[in-house]
Design a protein around this ligand. Structure first.
Ligand SMILES: NCc1[nH]cc(CCC(=O)O)c1CC(=O)O
Length: 320
């Protein structure tokens, strides 16, 4: 593609959250675009979202799913920024009128990682002693780990990655479950003690991928962003997001996925669980990668037929 640029082309403004991880991700996107379009100038506008401000409330108790994205979306609709870079897993499956998921970049390892306090450096997730205090703020991680390891103790943890790791090191927690992707992007690979396999932890929808959102009528930005789209990642996350969109209701729910693309064949695995981890419904579907939405909907249907709706309705009643 030939860069559409001239001396008169205005600076393109990229919206980002202010957190260290968000900025690393946004600067990476800026750099990729800069390689494709050396004559365009890109600048990063740092905005604070509700999720960056409310740090003392459990994420599962804050109803708003657009916690980490709303302020950026308002800025796009107000034409204060041209597009926004998100961790795709923080981007709601339904976007506001006038905005689209313009590009999805190549996914980092989407798995969850176990990070341990020094005193457990010789243990793995399945050899941690009873009562070990695990920090997580995700109902998905909580339900899956309670299901497999009911003898462990779980405690909510909030704050950015550095804050969480400090709370681990000072003994407030014995271990944390964090995304491999976030740790890697911040250069903290060394803190990854164990990458949890899908049999233990299915990841969040979109985990490990970046989602870039822009105004649906902005043809110039849409075509610019297509240059950094990763097609295999787009196929996987399209199936994952269709699955979640079809099942989720008004609040955070214990839902996880795994997708595997082999040439033209996509396999999507997903679960819905009760928060206590006692009921766990899991299934897989396989089909053509040409219609990933369909696979997501099929998997949601299968889980509903297995009784997912009952679990979800209970969660909506008690967590509201
Ligand atoms: N909700 C927090 C969040 N949003 C995105 C990431 C990093 C991983 C990713 O890009 O999926 C994290 C941290 C975590 O889950 O440990």
């Amino acid at each position: 593609m030939t860069p559409t640029t001239s001396l008169l082309s205005p600076t393109i403004r990229i919206g980002s959250r202010k957190s260290e991880l968000a900025l690393v991700q946004t600067y990476w996107v800026q750099q990729q675009l800069q390689k494709h379009f050396p004559h365009i100038s890109f600048e990063v506008e740092k905005l604070s979202t509700q999720g960056d401000k409310i740090l003392d409330v459990a994420l599962s108790k804050i109803g708003d799913k657009a916690l980490f994205t709303k302020e950026l979306e308002i800025a796009m609709l107000n034409r204060e920024v041209d597009f926004a870079v998100h961790s795709l897993k923080d981007l709601p499956t339904r976007l506001p009128e006038g905005l689209v998921l313009a590009a999805v970049t190549e996914r980092e390892n989407p798995a969850d990682a176990l990070v341990v306090h020094e005193k457990y450096k010789d243990r793995q997730i399945d050899t941690l002693p009873a009562g070990t205090v695990i920090g997580t703020s995700s109902l998905r991680r909580l339900a899956q780990l309670r299901h497999k390891f009911p003898h462990l103790t779980f405690k909510d943890v909030r704050g950015n990655l550095n804050t969480r790791l400090a709370k681990l090191d000072n003994g407030e927690y014995d271990a944390l479950i964090l995304a491999v992707a976030g740790l890697k992007r911040l250069g903290m690979d060394k803190r990854i003690h164990q990458v949890l396999p899908p049999e233990i932890s299915l990841h969040a929808v979109g985990q490990g991928a970046l989602g870039i959102e822009c105004r649906s009528d902005d043809k110039k930005i849409l075509s610019l962003l297509k240059n950094i789209e990763d097609v295999p990642t787009r196929i996987c996350v399209t199936a994952e997001r269709a699955f979640l969109r079809d099942l989720e209701g008004g609040c955070q729910v214990p839902i996880g996925v795994n997708s595997h693309l082999d040439k033209e064949t996509l396999t999507l695995t997903g679960f819905v669980a009760s928060v206590d981890g006692k009921r766990m419904l899991k299934d897989s579907v396989t089909g053509s990668s040409k219609n990933p939405d369909l696979l997501g909907l099929q998997l949601a249907d299968n889980l509903r037929n297995m009784g997912a709706q009952e679990i979800l309705s209970e969660i909506y009643q008690t967590h509201r």
